[in-house]
Ligand binder design. Structure first.
Ligand code: TRP
Length: 332
């Protein structure tokens, strides 16, 4: 039986943090264990080009994402793992799809609308600072998805609209030609639990409250010590479920460890001790991936080879379909 395709695009931005890992990377790697699916992962570097114009930063972000996923256990033999810009077929489809995308649909896309709203609120011209890469971002994403006839697209909530737009565009193409581009379904990560950051708010780069995933042990320990706690005295019972320390602990500890920690909270554990225990489990869990990560980052050639082999596989997979589509529109 032909395997279903599960496709995930990863935008290469900055240093990944614990929130990214728990919310996106871990569930995606879990999903890859499902034998019914062929997992397709790619680094959406062209999607970053609408905002990142520094070549060193651009390159480094791509390597960072590649090394992150590989070091956390993505197996490039079992998945298709590539860099978007290595697969030019995506751009061919992007153009074709743009001819089936009403401009009004793009006007309504969240990211563009947010930019417009911000401009208007500050008295600027509505399209100030908006380039066509930002405006047509959803079309490129539709091309990413539709080119591989994806069955399922695991995404965060903020990306649902984009998958819906991909479906709209595919339907418009299908209506025109009586064709049947596969309509993708989205799957929102069950992990809807908000991962709290150092200050207790959602862990997010914009709040400056993140714990970098591959922080060296010393930095990790220092950051964990900064986690905000209340002034409950050391011996008094504490509520595990409202504690940032406990919520993070749960993500890295075994079932037994979690149970034991829960009991300690109820009996009374000092914040200092809880933080020390969190550091121990987190560091043990991340030690090996961290080492792999830095080793890969020091070997960009190795990363390039892995990505090039992935792009080769991706192109073999998508070329016949693009050929069919070109025939349908009359290019062949
Ligand atoms: N837009 C997505 C994000 O910002 C990344 C992405 C690009 C993507 N192409 C995709 C995700 C295709 C899923 C499918 O996170």
């Amino acid at each position: 039986m032909k395997k279903k395709i599960s496709l995930t695009g990863i935008k290469p931005t900055g240093r990944p943090h614990i929130g990214n890992y728990i919310g996106a990377i871990k569930p995606a790697l879990e999903m890859a264990k499902n034998e019914d699916y062929l997992p397709v992962y790619f680094i959406a570097d062209y999607h970053a080009l609408n905002s990142v114009h520094d070549p060193a930063e651009f390159r480094n972000n791509v390597y960072g994402v590649a090394a992150t996923w590989l070091s956390l256990g993505l197996n490039p033999e079992k998945a298709i793992f590539y860099r978007q810009s290595d697969v030019p077929e995506i751009l061919e489809l992007h153009y074709i799809l743009s001819c089936f995308t009403p401009k009004g649909l793009m006007n309504r896309a969240h990211a563009y609308k947010a930019a417009v709203d911000k401009n208007l609120a500050t008295g600027l011209e509505q399209d100030h600072g908006v380039n066509m890469g930002l405006f047509t971002y959803p079309i490129l994403m539709a091309a990413d998805i539709l080119l591989f006839q994806s069955d399922i697209v695991p995404v965060g909530k903020d990306q649902v609209q984009h998958v819906e737009i991909a479906r709209d565009i595919a339907e418009s193409f299908n209506r025109t030609y009586g064709a049947s581009i596969q309509l993708p379904e989205y799957k929102i990560g069950e992990e809807t639990a908000v991962i709290p950051g150092l200050d207790g708010r959602k862990m997010s780069k914009s709040y400056n409250n993140t714990i970098p995933l591959f922080a060296e042990a010393k930095e990790l320990e220092k950051l964990i010590k900064k986690i905000k706690t209340d002034s409950t005295p050391p011996d008094e019972p504490k509520d595990p479920d409202s504690s940032t320390i406990f919520l993070l602990y749960k993500e890295f500890a075994s079932e037994e460890q979690i149970e034991e920690m829960r009991n300690k909270y109820i009996r009374g554990i000092s914040w200092g001790e809880a933080k020390q225990e969190l550091f121990q489990v987190m560091n043990a869990y991340l030690e090996k991936p961290r080492e792999n990560f830095y080793q890969l980052m020091a070997n960009p050639n190795q990363l390039n080879e892995i990505l090039a082999a992935g792009a080769e596989k991706a192109r073999v997979l998508c070329k016949p379909f693009l050929h069919d589509l070109k025939k349908i529109i009359g290019c062949k």
